[in-house]
Design a protein around this ligand. Structure first.
Ligand code: GRG
Length: 300
């Protein structure tokens, strides 16, 4: 069997395993209480890019670990990510009607059920990530909580209510926490679940760089993408007068910074893969380089 050398091939190979795990993990819509489970499923299926589970599997592979063992912990990252989207869309937060091209969870099920569906996805994520060991649970807890994603969201909401437009440094801090922390944790949880020992600091640095690049690309897509590509009307950031990378840097400089971050991440591939005595070392490095590049050239 050949080993996937590009992110597209890797994702094609593993996507059915991730979908299968999610199907198996989340209770059926007729399991009591049916409305709650239907709301969780509405938010999860059909999914988006499933980037975070893929990062978990790649984290396991490039550290020489057992990719198979990272499948369910990787699915847990998608559960947690989906909870954050459901809560982010609520009227008390971003108040969005559309997500992934479909009505948001609270639009279909009402606010109370959407809050509970988010809560249930979050708690289910921790039940499942525990299969990857205590270190994986700790890593996810830290990345998702007040020092990570929830902290970033809180700072973002606080900034929105202010007159002062905020600085570039503040924007970066918000997104490193709101978006980047979970992206970095995805790689790390996968590495831990796959059995990687040793120092994961190069992998973490890689995650921080692609996390930041991902957010810049997201902001750029909000300006340049179509509704089909981004699953919601484009231009919503500008309409809300949100502080974004293109708003501060301009489109060209934002693109250039995303590319520079992707290049810096790709340069870490050798250090991340070092130490293992496996025949796939070169392919694994190439996979990390290709992933970094896809993060900024994506169109969805
Ligand atoms: C409500 C606790 C809480 C946190 C919300 C992640 C987040 C924090 C809010 C989402 C808002 C947003 C659009 C952030 C920009 C980057 C981002 C996380 C986009 C969505 O992720 P994708 O592009 O989505 O991976 P898919 O649908 O492909 O999974």
């Amino acid at each position: 069997m050949t080993v996937a050398a590009t992110f597209a091939d890797f994702a094609t190979e593993w996507a059915p395993r991730i979908e299968g795990a999610l199907e198996e993990i989340v209770p059926a819509s007729d399991a009591r209480p049916g409305e709650l489970h239907a709301a969780m499923r509405h938010a999860l299926f059909p999914g988006g890019k499933r980037l975070r589970p893929m990062l978990a599997l790649i984290g396991a592979r490039v550290t020489g670990g057992d990719v198979e063992a990272a499948v369910r912990p990787g699915a847990a990252l998608e559960l947690l990510h989906t909870y954050s989207l459901v809560h982010d869309d609520l009227p008390c937060m971003d108040d969005d009607d559309l997500r992934r091209g479909r009505p948001t969870c609270h639009k279909v099920f009402g606010d109370a059920v959407a809050v509970l569906a988010g809560d249930a996805l979050l708690t289910l994520a921790f039940e499942v990530v525990a299969e990857g060991g205590a270190a994986a649970v700790r890593c996810l807890g830290r990345a998702a909580g007040s020092l990570g994603m929830v902290g970033g969201q809180a700072a973002d909401l606080a900034a929105e209510g202010r007159e002062d437009p905020g600085s570039f440094e503040e924007l970066r801090w918000i997104h490193d926490h709101k978006t980047g922390a979970l992206i970095t944790a995805s790689l790390e949880v996968g590495a831990l679940a796959g059995g990687a020992g040793g120092n994961l600091s190069s992998l973490r640095q890689y995650g921080e760089k692609i996390g930041r690049a991902f957010q810049i690309a997201d902001d750029v897509l909000d300006v340049t993408g179509t509704a089909e590509q981004i699953g919601k009307p484009p231009g919503s950031d500008e309409e809300r007068r949100k502080l974004t990378y293109p708003a501060i840097l301009g489109l060209e400089e934002a693109r250039a910074q995303a590319q520079a971050l992707a290049d810096e991440a790709a340069a870490l591939a050798g250090a991340i893969c070092a130490g293992g005595e496996r025949s796939t070392l070169d392919v694994d490095q190439g996979l990390l380089q290709d992933l970094a590049s896809r993060i900024v050239t994506r169109s969805a």
